[in-house]
Design a protein around this ligand. Structure first.
Ligand code: WT7
Length: 580
């Protein structure tokens, strides 16, 4: 029977790190979490030190830190090896002129180099700017240009997507390969590393509020904004790794996200290593067989992924899952988009485990609303705020709503993980704080009488496809660069697999014929110039876009409920709800 409340599942012999939520809500303060860090005694702050070097100092140098697998390719690094490797990379970066506070863009696939590059940058007190591996030239250009980026680490395959001639600020492009694979204006990173001697520790001690990394993220208007986090985020990231990921000493941990997304930085790298976990990194694209094989091969115990991935595994069928030994798994988590109850029931059936939803945003720096291993889960709810975090639901005027009423999901600011700034955009930063001390998430939600939070959609036009945040403006701008397109309106359309898909409504230029070839060409145009994840899966040509009378702005809300001729005839709703 499908239950509306799922009790905790006891894994044999394992007590969760947090057993009494109510008590922790009463007694926990962030100052307590600070005691965990070596800087609480030494005063010397650096995220990379707390992720790697301190574990070596504490006697865990031989523990496995990173287990990389892709197909038959497999390699393991201990904490001691990672310390050495990040020291070498950081020293090399320093020799090449990278200084504290400089931004180093990192455009690499999900592999060990990517993780080492991130840590080495941070070790040096520089700011890591990871870029998603599916980005094409425009997405790469927008981000590097916005920061006047001077340094980039990439590989031979991705380097071809870096439009050097449009990026005059870019002084050095390091390519993780030998000189024979580098083009004229690129520097062989293999060559640099081979010539690097580590003579002193490259670790720079920084202020807790010093910039750590920058993640570009989309909103409903304008180009993506650079969200800058500070080293202090480690307090929040460590604590949620401890409570929510529930990392314990024997765990082998896998987060499937790429470091170009905030989950792939915070929960594939920082939070687990702050908790001294053995991390699995698995490259390549999604494929049910290779994902299950990774779990079996590495003996993964704690697994953090996203609803679309779980839905794809479900669609692949139980026969595929049955081919693998998944019995090492003990704790499974989800993030990025609504986790529908169907997926939770699939998890119970297929894995014998609850899937724990978690809610947070790029801007929040770490998880805020979660389902804890020791607490009941209400399928359909994202859970409750972690100890140390207060939330509320506000109406349009900033008045707190009663339980059951839908409104704006807001968090009492500040908290340790909260972004330190929006890169060169103070007005944007301030826009999150319209109601005094409350951070406004842009999400709509309600709380039930027990304090469980239920996601209800976005209050703006942001699109969430497969857990990836896509700004309609960015896609519309790209579409308008296509020679056949006169006007474009882009919205998220509800989709059973991906949550939403990107749908574009186009008005073609006079005299242009609407043919299947043209539509394919337009889709490919966005795919190859902007990014595969942002390319519209559906394109519909219409005579005219709905616009506001006064300012002539596109009414995306109307497009969301637009009925295509087929849907109108068959009476199918074009969209299920105003949210998603
Ligand atoms: C937006 C933030 C940092 C997490 C990865 C996405 C949506 C996030 C959930 C969830 C329903 C969720 C929200 C949020 N979202 N988690 N558990 N249930 N929606 O980070 O790219 O900054 O996107 O993702 O709408 O505002 P992001």
């Amino acid at each position: 029977m499908r239950q509306s409340i799922l009790a905790p599942i006891q894994s044999a012999g394992i007590t969760p790190n947090l057993t009494d939520y109510e008590e922790a809500r009463r007694s926990f303060s962030w100052a307590q979490a600070e005691q965990h860090f070596s800087w609480s005694k030494t005063g010397r702050v650096n995220m990379a030190h707390e992720c790697i070097d301190r574990h070596v100092e504490d006697g865990y140098g031989d523990k496995r830190a990173l287990h990389y697998l892709e197909g038959d390719d497999e390699r393991v690094w201990t904490f001691a090896e990672l310390k050495q490797e990040t020291d070498r990379w950081a020293t090399a970066l320093r020799n090449e002129g990278v200084r504290r506070g400089d931004i180093v863009f990192i455009f690499l696939p999900k592999n060990a180099d990517c993780y080492i590059a991130m840590l080495a940058t941070v070790k040096l007190g520089a700011v890591a700017g990871p870029l998603f591996e599916a980005f094409m030239e425009e997405a790469v250009r927008d981000r590097i240009a916005d920061c006047d980026g001077r340094f980039l680490i990439t590989d031979p395959d991705l380097a071809v997507r870096v439009p050097r001639s449009d990026l005059p600020s870019l002084e050095k492009v390091f390519v993780t390969a030998g000189a024979e694979q580098c083009r004229e204006d690129e520097i062989s990173w293999n060559g640099i590393l081979a010539a690097t001697q580590v003579t002193d520790s490259p670790t720079e001690w920084v202020e807790l509020d010093a910039p750590l990394n920058i993640h570009y993220t989309s909103g409903s208007t304008g180009k993506p904004k650079g969200i800058v986090h500070a080293h202090r985020a480690m307090i929040h990231q460590y604590q949620t790794g401890h409570w929510v990921l529930d990392i314990q000493d024997e765990d082998v941990y896998w987060c499937t996200a790429h470091p170009g997304w905030v989950t792939g930085t915070v929960y594939a790298l920082f939070a687990p290593w702050l908790n001294r976990a053995t991390i699995v990194v698995s490259g390549g694209r999604f494929d049910a067989d290779s994902w299950y094989a990774a779990i079996e091969k590495a003996g993964i115990t704690v697994w953090y992924s996203a609803p679309t991935a779980f839905r794809m595994l479900k669609a692949a069928g139980a026969e595929v899952a049955a081919r693998y030994d998944l019995s090492t798994l003990r704790h499974v988590l989800s993030v990025g988009e609504p986790l529908n109850p169907e997926v939770i029931y699939w998890g119970l059936e297929q894995l014998g485990l609850r899937i724990h939803d978690t809610w947070w945003m790029t801007e929040t720096g770490a998880q805020l609303i979660v389902n804890l291993p020791s607490e009941p889960i209400k399928p359909g709810s994202m859970g409750r705020p972690i100890p140390g975090i207060d939330i509320c639901i506000l109406d349009d005027a900033g008045i707190e709503q009663a339980s059951g009423d839908i409104g704006h999901l807001a968090i009492r600011a500040p908290w340790p993980g909260l972004m330190r700034e929006v890169w060169q955009n103070e007005a944007k930063y301030q826009s999150y704080f319209q109601f005094g001390g409350w951070y406004l998430s842009g999400d709509l939600a309600y709380r039930d009488a027990d304090g469980y939070v239920f996601f209800q959609g976005r209050s703006d036009d942001m699109i969430n496809s497969a857990g990836e945040r896509i700004g309609p403006f960015e896609v519309e701008s790209k579409l308008l660069e296509h020679g056949a397109v006169a006007e474009a309106g882009v919205v998220g359309k509800p989709d059973p697999l991906r949550g939403e898909i990107v749908k574009a409504f186009l008005v073609l230029k006079p005299g242009v014929n609407n043919t299947p070839e043209l539509i394919d060409d337009i889709r490919l145009f966005v795919r190859t110039h902007l990014s595969a994840h942002a390319a519209p899966r559906e394109i519909e040509v219409i005579a005219e876009l709905p616009k506001t009378k006064i300012s002539g702005k596109i009414l995306r809300r109307e497009l969301k409920t637009w009925k295509t001729p087929d849907e109108a005839v068959s009476g199918l709703p074009a969209s299920e709800s105003p949210s998603r």
